[in-house]
Design a protein around this ligand. Structure first.
Ligand code: FAD
Ligand code: A2P
Length: 302
């Protein structure tokens, strides 16, 4: 396949906007579990919603909208917020009856020094089993997995950007499907602050231990590890340690690269790619454009 040919992706039956804000699906919280270990900063939760009794269905890599209850400062109902789906299409219980999210509570100090809590992320991270939640979607065609089970899948995540990759990896290595038996290489670069903040760490470590030939997992712990030249260890710095190997892999026509999480990491990854591609005389921005056109470079940041 040449660079510009579109590889086979799951384009067949992609569910989109089954539920819209004017007529959302009303689901119920099944569980709300902490994802951070003691010592980690902030609150990040794995939240599972019951979606039985409606038509909501989704694919790995899609997002749903959540409508937080209440009104904004103008008295208007709050607008929806998008969240990447962290479960496979089967849901965490493999019965297609649930959808799960990985949600970080937004907290910051405003100019007056007061603590501000995000509207929707506070609602979700505080939700109790049995509570109702208004759901829209699903949306998103950017982060779908290719159908090709021999494809190589490079995943670059910061924080809750792991959500769609959890879905990918669960589909590849935890569930079994006659129609999807993953045989390529999955390589995850995952950046968080500290080891106690590595979301889903025991599952990720277990999967890489059990699937050594097919799954590599590299963490970048920004507040515990440093680069050789003494800088914070960010995902792009961890990637730089494997620059030649990664560059060879990225160029293969059956390799898909996915980036999800903090918008801020895009520049750092860009710089790394520009420098790495230049070593083989390739101008990265033009090459990236071609990769995007071919459906092999996928970015969802927020
Ligand atoms: P709001 O009450 O809406 O507050 C957000 C606003 O606060 C910002 O617009 C900004 O004006 C202000 N603000 C934020 N930080 C600061 C700061 N440091 N200083 C000053 N002002 C600030 N989130 C997840 O947790 N998990 C996910 O999987 C996830 N997936 C997403 C997928 C997509 C495609 C997109 C677009 C976003 C995703 N998000 C995810 C982010 C999510 O949609 C919300 O934006 C987030 O939860 C904050 O919403 P909120 O209602 O809590 O905050
Ligand atoms: P830091 O906050 O130490 O600067 P979390 O959701 O657990 O906070 O994880 C987000 C991770 O992304 C943190 O390790 C954070 O590092 C890191 N990060 C922040 N800015 C960037 C950036 N520009 N490029 C790559 N990683 C970043």
């Amino acid at each position: 396949m040449t660079q510009t040919e579109t590889p086979k992706t799951e384009k067949k039956d992609i569910p989109v906007n089954i539920y819209r804000p004017a007529n959302p699906f009303v689901g119920k919280c099944v569980s709300n579990e902490p994802l951070l270990k003691e010592g980690a900063i902030g609150i990040t939760q794995h939240v599972k919603f019951d979606i039985t009794g409606g038509d909501l269905r989704y694919l790995e890599g899609q997002s749903i909208g959540i409508l937080p209850p209440g009104t904004d400062k103008n008295g208007k109902p709050h607008k929806l917020r998008l969240y990447s789906i962290a479960s496979t299409r089967l849901g965490d219980d493999l019965d297609s009856k649930t959808v799960s999210l990985s949600v970080r509570k937004l907290e910051y100090k405003n100019e007056a020094g007061e603590l501000v809590e995000g509207v929707c992320s506070s609602f979700i991270t505080n939700i109790k089993p049995g509570d109702e939640v208004k759901i829209t979607g699903p949306v998103g065609k950017e982060m779908l997995l290719p159908e090709d089970t021999d494809a190589n899948i490079i995943m670059i995540a910061t924080g809750t950007g792991i959500a769609p990759f959890r879905a990918f990896l669960w589909r590849m290595f935890k569930e079994s499907h006659p129609e999807y038996q993953f045989k390529g290489l999955a390589w995850l670069f995952f950046g968080v602050t500290t080891e106690s903040a590595v979301l889903y760490k025991s599952d990720l470590d277990w999967m890489s231990y059990k699937n050594k030939q097919n799954f590599r997992c590299d963490y970048a712990l920004s507040r515990e590890q440093k680069t050789a030249d003494g800088k914070k260890m960010y995902v792009q710095n961890r990637m730089a340690e494997y620059a030649d190997e990664l560059w060879a892999l990225i160029q293969k026509p059956n390799t898909h690269t996915y980036i999800c999480g903090l918008k801020g990491m895009e520049n750092g990854i860009d710089d790394f790619m520009i420098e790495t591609a230049a070593k083989s005389g390739i101008e990265w921005k033009a090459y990236e454009k071609e990769m995007k056109k071919a459906g092999r470079w996928h970015v969802e940041t927020y």
